[in-house]
Design a protein around this ligand. Sequence first.
Ligand SMILES: C=C(O[C@@H]1C=C(C(=O)O)C=C[C@H]1O)C(=O)O
Length: 103
Amino acid sequence: MTTATTTTASPASPVSETTAPASPEAEIATARERIDALDAEIIALVRERMAVSATVQEARIAGGGRRVHLSREMEILTRFRTELGGHGTTLAMTLLELSRGRV
Ligand SMILES: C=C(O[C@@H]1C=C(C(=O)O)C=C[C@H]1O)C(=O)O
């Protein structure tokens, strides 16, 4: 006969209770490693975005259209502003300039 095992939910905690508190220096070093990893991912994503954007632009130009599509850019600017505020607009403008050059 099998007996049911009961599990006790542990309280949500971002830090293990068995781990001693890290020194400020160790905490900073760990956080900076994560920042460096995130930055590497962001840079790879920006490069991928530039390549995908170039595909769209080349297809449109091959079809007789223009490189720039302003209403689509407005959608992107609005999304970034909605999510991130004024700096989101700045970030989106930089991404657009990286992706299609200066207009
Ligand atoms: C990639 C496109 O072409 C251009 C580049 C854009 C972008 O990088 O997001 C957006 C609009 C266009 O100016 C598109 O129309 O989707």
